[in-house]
Ligand binder design. Structure first.
Ligand SMILES: Cc1cc2nc3c(=O)[nH]c(=O)nc-3n(C[C@H](O)[C@H](O)[C@H](O)COP(=O)(O)OP(=O)(O)OC[C@H]3O[C@@H](n4cnc5c(N)ncnc54)[C@H](O)[C@@H]3O)c2cc1C
Length: 467
């Protein structure tokens, strides 16, 4: 059999890594793309079928390929009118349903399967359960019990979801909104988290006929800002001292926003100007300052950086104005489950008496989890066997600039996308991941083409400047 590189996970990261690998590897090599969710090219973000779940980036920024920036916008433009009816053009740009984006990615994969004379892309509809080192690579074992000999693997398992809220039998998964249809139509529901996943959850609840009260809770009660038209702003010129202290860095960015305002410009111009250097900023901060960012500043950064499409933001604003959605700042002290409801005790931020909220469901929309909290069997095995170790702050996996996993036994295993969160911070959106996919494929190809004994690592020059 031809030598094989496996890719674990067929969301955006894995799908794009697989496509770039096909181009970068010698033609005698194959790619095994493994997906446990059943649908290739969709992942968590683009698997939704709801037409009001919009991309939170403009179509112009969503090309799958770094060197063809118009690729997705052109694909959208070629769709028959009836199929593009849910695409929304706003003064801030064009926003497409995420389901359409999933279709775009699935089509790219289909083209790759079809266009190869002798198929080199093999789709495995199963969860990867383990990777065991053997001579010449790994034995990849799936949950279904099949084994494959692979020379190396790229891990593209996406965001880890962690237990953001205390356990409850009334917990609902935001990624399985079909279960929302079973809720009583007007007894209250709690959403834990107030970011973009909450925005989706509210749309899914209403879309399934839920007319009751929704309470959304997070530490600070901040909801995503809305996209607005932006113009290019120069990348701020930062001194070494600005990069050594979070306080100085924040002050410097605030000053830049003031300067933008005085020039008649929008704060979004400055936030967007930081995007190409965010990874560099993150990596420049000392670990103590990174920890301070995670503790104090992250919610503020997230709502300014990860903005909502105008129709989605308008729907949330209308919900709040009409009293259907109440956003609270605080934390959960306890959840007491009853047979059909849970009583949630909430301590409000900034003081005041604890409040008891009786809800029929708790949607955990808290976002990213840590490796040590994950129930993912593959990750747990890789860490336990020394093939991987958690990244900084337990966010994702530790990897080098060449995307290769670090760990006592790590070898020919690479990763990309949200699993690099602790190392890169800015690595969860398409514009970042598409660069990584091209880079990781080139690095894998360079390494596997080299004889095993003389493995040479090539640095990834643009890793620090992903954007
Ligand atoms: C709701 C939502 C909306 C978003 N919207 C945007 C947007 O508009 N624009 C943007 O740029 N970014 C957006 N993002 C960011 C998004 O994270 C990235 O764009 C990208 O989709 C991440 O893809 P991924 O492949 O790394 O992860 P995922 O999409 O999570 O895919 C990982 C895949 O791996 C599979 N998998 C996991 N473990 C195994 C295993 N052991 N074996 C086999 N398969 C496995 C999973 O089933 C899954 O399909 C959004 C994210 C979310 C969650």
């Amino acid at each position: 059999m031809n030598p094989v590189i496996a890719v674990v996970g067929a969301g955006f990261s894995g799908s794009m890594a697989a496509l770039h690998l096909l181009a970068a590897l010698p033609r005698s090599w194959s790619v095994l793309l493994c997906e446990k969710g059943g649908r290739f090219g969709r992942g968590l973000a683009y698997g939704t079928q709801a037409s009001d779940h919009l991309l939170n980036l403009r179509a112009a920024n969503m090309s799958a390929y770094p060197d063809r920036p118009q690729h997705f916008a052109d694909w959208l433009g070629r769709l028959p009118e009836a199929e593009a009816s849910d695409v929304v053009a706003t003064p801030a740009g064009t926003f497409a349903p995420r389901a359409l984006y999933g279709r775009y990615l699935a089509e790219l994969l289909t083209q790759a399967v079809v266009s190869e004379g002798a198929p080199r892309l093999h789709l495995v509809h199963d969860a990867v359960a383990d990777l065991v080192p053997v001579a010449g690579g790994y034995r990849l074992r799936t949950e279904g019990g099949t084994s494959y000999a692979v020379a190396g693997a790229v891990l593209a398992m996406g965001n880890l979801t962690g237990p953001g809220a205390p356990p409850s039998r009334h917990r609902l998964d935001p990624w399985r909104p079909d279960a929302f249809g079973r809720l009583h139509p007007d007894r209250p529901v709690l959403v834990v988290g107030t970011g973009l996943t909450m925005v989706d959850a509210v749309a899914s609840l209403r879309g399934r006929g839920f007319s009751g009260r929704i309470v959304a809770l997070s530490r600070r009660g901040l909801v995503p800002k809305v996209h607005a038209p932006t113009r290019a702003w120069p990348v701020p010129d930062l001194a070494a001292a600005d990069l050594a202290s979070l306080t100085r860095l924040t002050r410097r960015i605030r000053a830049e926003i003031m300067a933008a305002r005085q020039a008649g410009r929008d704060w979004r111009d400055v936030i967007d100007a930081l995007r190409p250097i965010t990874t560099y900023l993150w990596r420049s901060l000392p670990p103590r300052e990174q920890a301070r960012f995670l503790r104090h500043l992250r919610p503020f950064w997230d709502v300014h950086r990860h903005r909502a499409a105008p129709p989605a933001a308008a729907a949330i604003a209308a919900e709040i104005a009409a009293g259907g959605l109440e956003v609270r700042a605080g934390r959960i002290l306890a959840i007491t489950d009853g047979p059909s409801e849970a009583v949630v005790t909430i301590r409000p931020r900034g003081g005041g008496p604890d409040a008891a909220l009786t809800v029929q469901g708790i949607i955990d929309a808290t976002g990213i989890g840590r490796v040590d909290e994950t129930g993912d069997p593959l990750l747990r095995r890789l860490v336990a066997n020394g093939l991987a170790r958690p990244g900084p702050f337990g966010l994702g996996l530790a990897a080098g600039d060449d995307y290769r996993l670090r760990g006592p036994q790590a070898g020919r295993l690479w990763t990309l996308g949200p699993l690099l969160r602790g190392s890169l911070w800015e690595c969860v959106a398409v514009p970042d991941i598409r660069n990584q996919a091209a880079e990781v494929a080139a690095l894998v190809a360079a390494l596997v083409a080299a004889p095993l004994a003389g493995e040479v690592e090539r640095p990834a020059p643009s890793l620090r400047q992903a954007g």
